[in-house]
Design a protein around this ligand. Structure first.
Ligand code: ADP
Length: 342
């Protein structure tokens, strides 16, 4: 298993990573997502693990062995970048066999391994196609097959869906998750998209400004983000004070019973901060209410409204048509709310 201990990476005087303690490949978690906004250091961390980026401090080790003396090609890690970086002008089979030849697997044994890998990524029979003739999604699956062919002990995926059309992204995310689980290879997935992280990963680590701020299952992360910035990164639009009494959460928007709800079972009574994604705020027409709709839109997922209540602004959802200027009241839907930092 991979263990990072107090890792720092610097570019000149800029500290791109600092104090990173992290482990991958433990327990039942095959795919670990490294999730964070652009520029937070995800790719730097992936490159440091792969051996492309020298450490300014700390260690990267595998099963107790410090990897600092091992160059990238001797770490037994497979890497897939954003656009796959297949070798142009070669066939699919030649691409997949590339890492095999370096390990002395040639001839019939290599051909058999290539065919097995193509079956795994659901491109059986594609051996002789030139890679230039592949669609974006097919090319990424070939890149995945090439990375998995030499049976790496760890797979590193850097935004593998970035160059894929949005309609195809979800199905490719699912199939990559299925493929690496079938291969049983511990995998690190870099992504800035929390949907992608949830679709593919068992464990999600959130990064910000060169640090890892939280590691949890996606479900736990949605409900119990470590801090307000993480909650906002995950889609919260408003934050309100709350108090928990006997498992019931009370806020200015109303109260809701959190007992028996996944992610809240260990929530102790007391003051708390509540983060609200739009789906957590229910907007209903009420001519007697002082709250006023500032903006309304019909989205695929439902009607959205931005509502001003005194000095505060909330984003919410409505089941009936509403317009700018309507007076409304706000309520709480427990499904999309999060309790921050406790
Ligand atoms: P992410 O993958 O999360 O988008 P990166 O790891 O690419 O973030 O970058 C982290 C920070 O380090 C950014 O501020 C970026 O500008 C900076 N950075 C990345 N690579 C270099 C480099 N080779 N030289 C200088 N700064 C870099």
């Amino acid at each position: 298993m991979l263990i990072l201990n107090d890792v720092a990476v610097r570019y000149g005087r800029f500290e791109a990573l600092r104090g990173v303690d992290w482990s991958v490949g433990t327990g039942q978690s095959t795919v670990t997502a490294l999730l964070g906004p652009s520029g937070c250091g995800k790719s730097t961390l992936l490159r440091a693990i792969a051996g492309f980026e020298p450490l300014a401090a700390g260690t990267v080790s595998w099963d107790g062995e410090d990897l600092s003396g091992r160059p990238p090609h001797r770490r037994d890690f497979g890497v897939v970048f954003q656009d796959g970086q297949l070798f142009p002008g070669r066939t699919v089979a030649q691409n997949i066999a590339y890492g095999l030849a370096r390990r002395g697997v040639r001839g019939a044994a290599a051909a058999e391994r290539v065919a097995t890998m193509l079956d795994l990524v659901q491109l059986g029979g594609f051996e002789d196609r030139p890679v230039g003739a592949l669609s974006g999604g097919q090319a990424q699956r070939v890149a995945l097959a090439r990375a998995l062919a030499p049976e790496p002990r760890l797979l590193l995926l850097d935004e593998p869906l970035a160059a894929i059309d949005s309609q195809l992204r979800e199905s490719l995310a699912e199939s990559i998750g299925t493929i690496v689980r079938a291969a049983g290879t511990p995998t690190v997935l870099v992504t800035h998209d929390h949907r992608e992280a949830a679709l593919m990963a068992d464990t999600v680590s959130v990064m910000r400004a060169g640090r890892i701020v939280q590691t949890d299952s996606a479900e736990r992360l949605w409900r119990r983000p470590a801090d307000e910035e993480t909650a906002r990164f995950l889609g919260a639009r408003a934050v309100v004070a709350g108090v928990v009494r006997s498992g019931v959460l009370i806020t200015e928007l109303g109260e809701t019973d959190l007992r028996g709800r996944v992610g809240f079972d260990d929530l102790a009574d007391g003051d708390c901060t509540v983060a609200l994604r739009p789906e957590a705020v229910i907007v209903e027409p009420d001519p007697a209410s002082p709250a006023v709709v500032e903006h309304a839109a019909a989205l695929v997922a439902g009607r959205r409204a931005r509502v001003r209540v005194g000095g505060d602004v909330f984003e919410g959802v409505s089941s009936v048509p509403i317009s700018v200027g309507d007076h409304v009241r706000l309520g709480l839907a427990p499904g999309a709310l999060a309790v921050v930092g406790r």
